[in-house]
Design a binder for this molecule. Sequence first.
Ligand SMILES: O=C(CO)[C@@H](O)[C@H](O)COP(=O)(O)O
Length: 249
Amino acid sequence: MNALHLKDLSASAQEAIAAARETVAGLHAELPRNDLVAWTAGNVSARVELADHEEVGPDGLSAVFVIKPSGVSYDELNASNMVVCTLDGVKIDDDTSIGLSPSSDTAAHAYVYRHMSHVGGVVHTHSSYATSWAARGESIPCVLTMMADEFGGDIPIGPFALIGDDSIGRGIVQTLQASRSKAVLMDRHGPFTIGADAKEAVKAAVLCEEVARTVHFARAYGNPERIAQHQIDALYARYQNVYGQKDNT
Ligand SMILES: O=C(CO)[C@@H](O)[C@H](O)COP(=O)(O)O
C-alpha cells in the first residue's frame, strides 16, 4: 500500500475521489445489465486528476484512479468499497479495509492511464461474442456503420499476454495508439475499452459486444463487405462531432 492517505489530500480532491467512487460503483451495474460479464469477470475504473484541485500529493502524485475490488460480486459493490490506487497501481490508504485488494487487472488499467493521458476510464470484460473473436485472434472488420461511428474502423486484436505485470497494459496501449478504436480484443483473453471518462468506456464495451455479435451472425450467413475507408472516416467524424446533444449554449 502507498503511504498516501485519502485524508492527506485537499477537501476538493477528496470530493472528486468520492464522486468517482459513486460513478464507478454505479457503472459496474451496467456490466451484468448488458450481459457483458459472467460472475465477476469484468471491471471498470476512472482516473481522478488531483492537479485539477491544485493538489499534488507527496512524491509528486498528480492523479489516482478508482477501481473495483477483486472478485466481489456486482450486487455487493458500492462507493465505500471502490479501491483508490496510484497510477502505479498501488492502493493508497483509502479507508477501505486493508485486506481489500483491487481488481486483478489493476496493473493493466494503471499502465493505460500512465501512457494515454487522454484516457479517463478503462473497462475490461470477457463478453461472449467479443471474446470469441479474441479467441480466434481475429479483429472485427468494419462492416457496420455503428462500427465506423463508435470505433472509427476495425476493432483490433492485441497481443496475447499473461496477467500479473505490465504485459497486458503494454499490449493495450501499443494496439490502441495505432488505431482510433476505443476497444481492443486482447488475443485469447477478451476486450478492453477506453474512454474520456468511465461512462464512455462502458459504452464502448457495450457497443463492442453488440457489433461482435452482429458481425458474428453476418459472417455465419454471408460475406459482409468492409465499408470504404473514406465513408468510415465520414461516419466517424459525424458521430464523434455531431451525434447526440451537444452543448449548444
Ligand atoms: O481475467 C481475469 C482473471 O484472470 C479478470 O479479468 C477477472 O475476470 C476479473 O477480475 P477482478 O476484477 O474481479 O479481479
